[in-house]
Design a protein. Structure first.
Length: 137
């Protein structure tokens, strides 16, 4: 990804997080550097924290692209990645072949040819609390 970014005159900053607090810290670091967008890799932990990502990204007005459709469904801008249903179907095919006696090492490696691009149709609504100032006469 780094060579492609350089070819377009872009810089990539890699931030790592393995806890909820580290996600918050990574966003705080990102906001200080004022990036144009986020690109978040596919990760089971990140998927479990997708609502946190959506809330923090919205708070900092940071658009992002994610590897799983679940992020777009949680309110993120977009996702692009493998079709999970297709991957599960292929897993079932492999399992069936193994149960019928095929050796796993003899099975071909299959890459997903079905990809999903998901985006939200409108930005997530943010609740705004407004109170009227007290008037005195």
């Amino acid at each position: 990804m780094e060579p492609a970014a350089r070819a377009f005159g872009l810089q990539i900053r890699v931030l790592n997080a393995s806890t909820s607090r580290e996600i918050e810290a990574a966003f705080a670091a990102s906001v200080r550097e004022r990036p144009d967008a986020l690109l978040v890799s596919g990760d089971a932990f990140f998927a479990s924290r997708r609502v946190q990502f959506a809330l923090v990204a919205a708070r900092h007005a940071l658009p992002g692209s994610y590897a799983s459709r679940q992020f777009a469904e949680a309110g993120e801008l977009m996702s692009y990645g493998s079709n999970i249903a297709d991957a599960h179907r292929q897993l079932g095919v492999y399992t069936g072949r193994i149960l019928k006696g095929a050796k796993p090492a003899d099975l071909p490696v299959v890459r997903s040819t079905s990809l999903n691009l998901s985006s939200i149709s409108a930005p997530p609504r943010r609740s705004v609390s407004r109170s009227r100032p007290a008037c005195s006469r």
